[in-house]
Each structure stands twice: as C-alpha cells, then as structure tokens.
Design a protein around this ligand. Structure first.
Ligand SMILES: CC(C)(COP(=O)(O)OP(=O)(O)OC[C@H]1O[C@@H](n2cnc3c(N)ncnc32)[C@H](O)[C@@H]1OP(=O)(O)O)[C@@H](O)C(=O)NCCC(=O)NCCS
Length: 127
C-alpha cells in the first residue's frame, strides 16, 4: 500500500448552519447521503456532525490531487461511522470510478469538531 494523496479542510460551523437554515432539506439531500443524515440528525448538536462531514468530503476531494472535477458528486463521497465511532469513506458512482482511475483503493479519514470549526484529514492509498 502506498500513499497517493493527502487532503485537509476546515469549515466554519456557522456557515453550514446558515445553509441548513436557508435551504433545509434541499441542501441536506444534495450534500449528504441518507445514512449520513440519519447519523447526524440523531446527534445532540447535528450541525457539528454535518460540518465534519462537509470538511471530510472536501478533504477526500483534495486527497485525489485534482481538486474539484466535473462528475464528482457530494453524495458519492460518504462518511460511514463504525460502531466504535471511527469514520470510514465509501465512494460510489462516478466518484468511485474516478478514484479507481487515479489508482486509489482506500481512503483513511479523521474528523474533529469544536464549537466554531470542524476539520477533517484524508489520506488516499493504493491497493
Ligand atoms: C473518539 C474520541 C477520541 C473523539 O474525540 P473528541 O475530542 O471527543 O471529539 P472530536 O471532535 O475531536 O472528534 C469527533 C470525531 O471523532 C471521530 N471518532 C469517534 N470515534 C472514533 C474512533 N474510535 N476512532 C477514530 N475516530 C473516531 C468521529 O469522526 C467523530 O465525529 P463524528 O461523530 O461527527 O463522526 C473520544 O470520544 C474517545 O476517545 N472516546 C473513547 C471511546 C468511546 O467513548 N467510545 C464510545 C463508543 S464505543
């Protein structure tokens, strides 16, 4: 296994809160998968967890080494939370194919959030 890319992102939680306020379900459905919404919406401070996942999606995209490219959809970069709380990345659709074309087989992810900011770091690995 070889490290192919590293990505990081930091998000102001208030920015995500205002997007949720202004666009509600439309924003959530366009950005997050069903299982991400299920996870975040059951938490005491849902916005922190949404912000962490937003940062994770940006970090994953940066780990591809290309930045945002046409054909990548936010919902196709999904954070799956293990029973321990550890976040894993699941890619699907065009985004999965794009990553495979870049030789990426696995992405390691870490998320953290405080009161004002959420941050995530992603490492893209080969087979
Ligand atoms: C995991 C832990 C280090 C998180 O640290 P924290 O300072 O409380 O919170 P942070 O904001 O920095 O990090 C939160 C993120 O850590 C990640 N995380 C949680 N558990 C994790 C684990 N076991 N391994 C790796 N990452 C983990 C998650 O992505 C979480 O964000 P999310 O819920 O939005 O996905 C801390 O809660 C801990 O050590 N817990 C002990 C184990 C525990 O309580 N387990 C309970 C479930 S069995």
């Amino acid at each position: 296994m070889q490290i192919l890319g590293l990505g990081t992102d930091i998000v102001e939680i208030s920015r995500i809160a205002s997007m949720i306020d202004r666009h509600a379900d439309h924003f959530l459905d366009r950005t997050f998968s069903k299982s991400e919404i299920e996870y975040c919406s059951t938490k005491k401070n849902a916005t922190q967890h949404y912000a962490g996942r937003w940062a994770a999606k940006e970090a994953v995209m940066k780990s591809f080494g290309t930045g945002f490219v046409k054909g990548i959809h936010w919902t196709e970069i999904e954070v799956i939370s293990q029973p321990s709380g550890r976040p894993d990345v699941r890619l699907s659709g065009d985004t999965e194919r794009f990553a495979a074309d870049c030789g990426i087989a696995k992405i390691l992810l870490s998320i953290s959030h405080g009161k004002e900011y959420a941050t995530a770091t992603a490492i893209a690995c080969s087979e």
